[in-house]
Design a protein around this ligand. Structure first.
Ligand code: 8YV
Length: 401
């Protein structure tokens, strides 16, 4: 057991939180990262063929399906002469990381796939393919910023295997007329399911209780300590976009009183609106962070918010690590100023603060909110579907506007 156990294991009786109603007139903008699936693209008029000027500069890029060739050519792009034009006329798509074999295979069947992750010298590789790359496929683990895009003058579209586009310089893309797409909607259910799972596993200490049984502690140490009830409690949702609303809908079934913080009061929901995260925290037993990561939402879950949530309050984060002041979160948990935390995301992924590893009131997941086969396949289909639409001159399915 973690040394802090006395702070939270005796619970049970009526968590009466102060019902402060006063709202601070602070409105922080937390933009939703996604956009309508049915809206059309601003730059989708190019044809599904590679211009001949580009074909003449094409390299015999190793296919990821032929790993031995890729191995043999690793790091040798500097002196490689332009030898062959693309025989198939398919656009060249630079893929930043492997992401998912299903997506790689799908892209490979439709495009000339350039696997950046396989290259030992990425700069040389980028220089060698710069003139033929027309699309970039990325996700939350790669940065697609102005510095990268400046090296790729022919890029027309960036398609992200994620709903969050915080790793893509969307403003720069707009300036250059590069379309950006993401994968909203298809992952909403999984993300909302996981938020509820994190609330339950953290408050009921399900992971820790499971370890208690597996380690053989039950016969030796007796009954497991008491945990916290979730049903009927006050739930504060930070960011009431698609995912936030789906969390609210699920929490309603648990009899929770739903409150939320967003840039503006949403007239289409019956939940209580707060214009300040601090006031929301003061009036909630649990906070679930679902907002997009932007300059405005960076570290909005700070020491004051954590203290307002208090020693019997719980934080769940399925957004981005950067929305929470992580060192302050670690301190609050170490000092038992916060009841517990269920985290799927971290400031410096895949690194998770080691101080949290042994805490029974903390559940740590490796950024898996959208991580089911079903959803990841649907996300992959959107990524390649958007590219196909773009190169056929059709409206994009999910443009970021
Ligand atoms: C990741 C996510 O994209 O959609 C998002 O914004 O954070 C996740 O779904 C996923 O882990 C793939 O990298």
């Amino acid at each position: 057991m973690h040394a802090c156990i006395p702070c939270y294991h005796f619970v049970g009786v009526g968590l009466q939180r102060s019902k402060l109603r006063s709202l601070l007139p602070i409105v922080i903008s937390s933009s939703s990262p996604s956009s309508s699936p049915s809206s059309s693209s601003s730059s989708s008029s190019s044809s599904f063929s590679t211009p001949s000027s580009t074909i003449n500069r094409l390299l015999p890029i190793p296919s990821p399906r032929a790993p031995r060739v890729a191995q043999a050519t690793r790091g040798s792009f500097k002196n490689m002469a332009v030898k062959a034009a693309s025989p198939n006329g398919k656009p060249h798509v630079l893929m930043m990381a492997l992401l998912m074999p299903y997506l790689r295979d799908s892209l490979e069947s439709k495009f000339n796939l350039l696997p950046l992750w396989e290259q030992s010298n990425k700069d040389e590789y980028l220089a060698s393919v710069a003139d033929c790359v027309r699309a970039v496929v990325t996700s939350t683990n790669s940065v697609v910023d102005a510095k990268l895009l400046e090296k790729l003058p022919k890029v027309e579209i960036v398609s992200s295997f994620s709903v969050g586009t915080d790793k893509v310089d969307v403003a720069y893309c707009k300036e250059r007329g590069i379309a950006v797409t993401n994968t909203p909607d298809v992952l909403t259910d999984d993300c909302a399911d996981l938020a509820i799972a994190l609330l339950l596993t953290t408050m009921r200490q399900i992971c820790s209780a499971d370890r208690y049984v597996r380690k053989g502690c039950w016969p030796k140490q007796g009954d497991y300590p008491l945990s916290y009830k979730m049903s009927g409690k006050d739930l504060g949702i930070v960011g009431l976009g698609r995912i936030g609303k789906a969390v609210a809908k699920r929490a309603e079934a648990f009899g929770c009183k739903i409150k939320y913080y967003a840039r503006s009061d949403k007239k289409d929901v019956p939940y209580e609106y707060y214009g300040s995260v601090l006031e929301l925290a003061k009036n909630s037993d649990m906070l679930v962070v679902c907002c997009a990561f932007t300059k405005e939402t960076a570290k909005i879950i700070d020491k004051r918010v954590l203290d307002a949530l208090g020693p019997e309050g719980f934080l769940v984060n399925i957004s981005r690590g950067g929305v929470v002041d992580e060192p302050e979160l670690v301190k609050a948990l170490l000092e038992c100023r916060l009841g517990g935390a269920g985290l799927d995301v971290y400031e410096n992924e895949p690194h998770v603060p080691q101080e949290l590893w042994n805490m029974d009131n903390v559940v740590l997941l490796p950024h898996v909110a959208s991580g089911t086969l079903d959803t990841r396949r649907a996300m992959a289909d959107l990524v390649s579907g958007n590219l196909e639409a773009h190169f056929s001159g059709k409206p994009l399915f999910t443009p970021v506007t």
